[in-house]
Write a protein that binds this ligand. Structure first.
Ligand SMILES: [Zn+2]
Length: 201
């Protein structure tokens, strides 16, 4: 096996050993069932790994990641994650987490031509179009892109809230809150964008 890949297996062996040393029943318990309280919708960016950032173990957070943390109403993949998390696992919190310096958001903003992904990033461009005036008023390129990262998270929170999945959960009295957070690559800290929704309006 390629040495780089062999190292991954070695890492895995060390990690599993350490987990078992700390809690002999850890894997056996998790193999039985999962009961995460959180569903994370985040960016696929390698620098924004869900569990590590929020200090959670396997079993604690149900994760969906795609480029630019989008919730698209025709994306069966993302909708299936939300439906399973909310209906079956009964998570109490869906957290959409974006990050500053997002390459997908930056590419959307400068209308980059990168291939198939351009079509996916159209959704971010839709958000930019909705806020064209505000974004045009920001002189600094980095600040403008970072503001679009925030606006994109807010738009995706609204998209989660508008799904039939969230509506049905609230209609049957299920406890569910949807949140929008943003992560800074510079200092490793999360910030709450204060756009949480916990019921039908
Ligand atoms: Zn990103």
């Amino acid at each position: 096996m390629d040495a780089d890949l062999a190292e991954l297996f070695a890492n895995n062996r060390r990690w599993a050993d350490a987990m078992t040393a700390a809690d002999a029943g850890f894997f056996a318990d998790l193999a039985e069932h999962q009961a995460p309280r959180f569903c994370w919708v985040g960016c696929a960016d390698s620098r924004v790994p869900a569990n590590q950032i929020i200090g959670l173990y396997p079993g604690d957070v149900f994760v969906h990641r795609n480029v630019a943390n989008l919730v698209v109403h025709t994306d069966l993949n993302c909708l299936s994650v939300l439906q399973y998390a909310i209906d079956v696992l009964q998570v109490e919190h869906v957290i959409v987490t974006g990050h500053y310096g997002c390459g997908g958001v930056q590419a959307a903003l400068r209308d980059a031509k990168l291939g198939l992904i351009d079509n996916w990033l159209r959704h971010v461009q839709d958000v930019a179009r909705d806020h064209a005036g505000e974004l045009a008023a920001i002189d600094d390129d980095v600040a403008r892109a970072d503001r679009l990262c925030e606006l994109n998270v807010m738009a995706q929170v609204a998209n989660v809230v508008r799904t039939s999945i969230a509506h049905d959960a609230w209609a049957r009295g299920q406890r569910l809150a949807v949140h929008g957070w943003i992560y800074s690559l510079d200092d490793g800290l999360l910030r709450d964008l204060d756009v949480s929704v916990d019921g039908l309006r």
